[in-house]
Structures are given as C-alpha cells and as structure tokens.
Design a protein around this ligand. Structure first.
Ligand code: SF4
Length: 167
C-alpha cells in the first residue's frame, strides 16, 4: 500500500537532523478516506515515545473536545508537518520543515480531504491546495492553559463540526 510505503520512508528518514534525537518517527494516523485532516507542527515527547500523533495531554484534550461536538478522532487523519520530535521540543527550524514537507504533501494527495484543520503554528507552513477548505484552530495546549483561548477553541471546534456536517 502506498501509505505503508510512505510510513516506511518516514521511519527510516535521515533527510534532516531530527531523526538523531528521536525514538520513533510519527507519520500520523487515521483513515485513508478521511474527509478531514488535522495538522499540527511537530510531535512531542509522548508522541515520540509511542510513535503516534497527539497522544499527550494536549492530544487527549483535543480528542475529548472533538467528541463533545460529535467529531470522532478515529474519523480524522491526524498528522504533523514535521515527523520527528525536536530536541527540548523546540520549534522545528525552517530547513527541517522544508525537508519534511514533501511527506505531508504526499499524505494530502493520497487522502484528498475536504477540510484541513490547522492547529496553531502549523497554519503558516502548510501549503494551500485548491479545492480544500482550511480551518485554523488554536493549538489545544494553549487552549488548555488559558480560559479565553479555551472559549475560542470551543467555538472553533463547534464551527468545524458544522462545516463537517455540510460537506
Ligand atoms: S523530521 Fe522529517 S525530514 Fe527530518 S528526519 Fe524526520 S522524517 Fe526526515
């Protein structure tokens, strides 16, 4: 399968320096016919440990909030722009983003989602493709920390639920 082959390439990738400090590549997960893709910036320590995206505290908060608005995590393809964790969880450098971006572009071309949800900083770096609706959402880790952000995050997820129903 094409996605399995892509995942193998990511697990063995050495195109930038990030693989050196990582335990696992984190290609992403979800159905290949997902209507919605959700894209964060890079995996954190919990994700590196398990090789799965958004499984730490922020990921659990995201999954719970999605469920509150009737969106099942398992219906969404969840990934990040950069597929390996960064040292000290720093923001990935622009050359790392550039090296990794082709994997994301290939994933988008396989899945052909109707909606892409951009979490936090991923919004700037994700290429825009005609025919896909892009929805920008506050990063769940910020929403967890600040009440005002949390309220806005909930409104954004409610709006996302509406858009999913309309598609
Ligand atoms: S972060 Fe991306 S480009 Fe860098 S080594 Fe990992 S998979 Fe390759």
């Amino acid at each position: 399968m094409l996605m399995d082959e892509l995942n193998r390439q990511i697990y063995g990738c050495k195109k930038c320096r990030l693989w050196q400090g990582a335990k696992h590549g984190v290609p992403g997960e979800g159905p290949l016919n997902a209507k919605v893709m959700l894209i964060g910036q890079n995996p954190g320590a919990d994700e590196d440990e398990l090789g799965r995206p958004f499984v730490g505290r922020a990921g659990k908060f995201l999954t719970k909030t999605l469920a509150e608005y009737g969106i099942k995590r398992e219906d969404i393809f969840i990934t990040n722009i950069v597929k390996h964790v960064s040292p000290e969880n720093r923001k990935p450098y622009s050359d790392e983003v550039a090296a990794c971006l082709p994997y994301l572009i290939t994933q988008i071309s396989f899945i052909k989602p109707k909606i892409i949800v951009l979490l936090g900083a991923s919004a700037k770096e994700t290429p825009r493709i005609d025919g896909i609706e892009y929805i920008q959402v506050i990063h769940p880790s910020a929403a967890m920390r600040f009440t005002k952000m949390r309220e806005k995050f909930r409104k954004q997820i409610a709006e996302l639920a509406k858009r999913i129903k309309q598609n």
